[in-house]
Design a protein around this ligand. Structure first.
Ligand SMILES: Cc1cc2nc3c(=O)[nH]c(=O)nc-3n(C[C@H](O)[C@H](O)[C@H](O)COP(=O)(O)OP(=O)(O)OC[C@H]3O[C@@H](n4cnc5c(N)ncnc54)[C@H](O)[C@@H]3O)c2cc1C
Length: 266
């Protein structure tokens, strides 16, 4: 089997442990991400691990692609230090405020620029936006098949065989390469960066690409290129209140039935 060239899309997300500090900008209605330190999207670590395992088995290369502001370079270096070969940071003011489609356009343009690839890996969803749309949209833009919520992946000459989570269990798919796959946390246990990896990452460096480098016009990226328009953001009023029924199990069951009949729910 020939070596595999794998591209992994890695998104920096605000650290979920610090979400209490996240605020919305009242003017733009976008999250003020700068208020909270970022981490590598947890499921993207699983995508990177899967790529590294395949490279160890078949040879080839693992390239990271991240669309984020320039200050994401520390996180890109951290991911590179897991033992990836190359990293491209797509940073340009024109990318700001992107919805999922505008994000996917930028990632797809970068993947086309990298040119030679057999597999594109993503996390199944991000810890912040969590739409799970970016992976399938990138696949559609690249006109390749996509496998969602993968828990196990094998590659044989020209073919990927994947076990994927579906609503009522798991399904096995076999597709021709190239293919995009999004990974669930059950896929593997991601490795930690090693000292050797950190030194290699420093040597490899990070390539920085702008909208012009990707041949993207102002109307296809960022807020301008986003069909999703946010009209309003608000915290819904919580009208629920809880009540704990007291008594023996039989008494509580009787009271619950009474209450449900009273509300005409049964
Ligand atoms: C209605 C709506 C409102 C939004 N509001 C805001 C907002 O207020 N502020 C704000 O900053 N963003 C906002 N976004 C989110 C912004 O659009 C997302 O950051 C971006 O489009 C990715 O979507 P997601 O986080 O849902 O990714 P998902 O589709 O859940 O991510 C899946 C995978 O795609 C890959 N991926 C996703 N994004 C990137 C990336 N940038 N670089 C590399 N790989 C990536 C990763 O592998 C990730 O695991 C909003 C999105 C929507 C739909």
């Amino acid at each position: 089997m020939r070596p595999l060239n794998i591209i992994v899309c890695m998104k920096p997300v605000p650290d979920p442990k610090k979400w209490g500090k996240l605020k919305l900008d009242p003017q733009t209605m976008l999250l003020r991400r700068g208020d909270v330190p970022a981490i590598i999207n947890p499921l993207d670590r699983h995508a990177i691990e899967e790529a590294l395992v395949l490279r160890e088995k078949h040879g080839g290369s693992v390239t990271l692609v991240t669309m984020a502001p320039p200050d994401a370079e520390d996180l890109v270096s951290e991911a590179l230090a897991m033992a990836c070969d190359r990293a491209c940071l797509l940073a340009d003011r024109a990318f700001a405020g992107a919805d999922t489609l505008a994000t996917a356009r930028v990632l797809a343009a970068a993947i086309r620029k990298i040119d030679v690839f057999d597999l594109v890996f993503c996390g199944a969803y991000s810890a912040d936006g969590s739409t799970a749309q970016v992976g399938p949209q990138v696949a559609e833009l690249l006109a390749i098949p996509d496998l969602a919520q993968v828990v196990a992946l094998e590659v044989r000459t020209g073919i990927a065989r994947a076990r994927c989570q579906v609503d009522d269990g798991e399904t096995v798919y076999e597709v021709d390469l190239p293919v995009l796959a999004t990974f669930s946390r059950e896929a593997n246990v991601p490795r930690l960066p090693t000292m050797r990896g950190i030194m290699q990452a420093t040597r490899a460096g990070i390539e920085r690409w702008t909208a012009a480098d990707l041949g993207l016009g102002a109307d296809s990226a960022g807020l301008k290129g986003s069909p999703t328009q946010m009209l309003n953001v608000f915290t819904p009023a919580s009208g629920r209140k809880g009540e704990i029924l007291q008594g023996t199990p039989n008494e509580v069951a009787g009271r619950l039935l009474e209450r449900l009949r009273g509300e005409r729910l049964i």
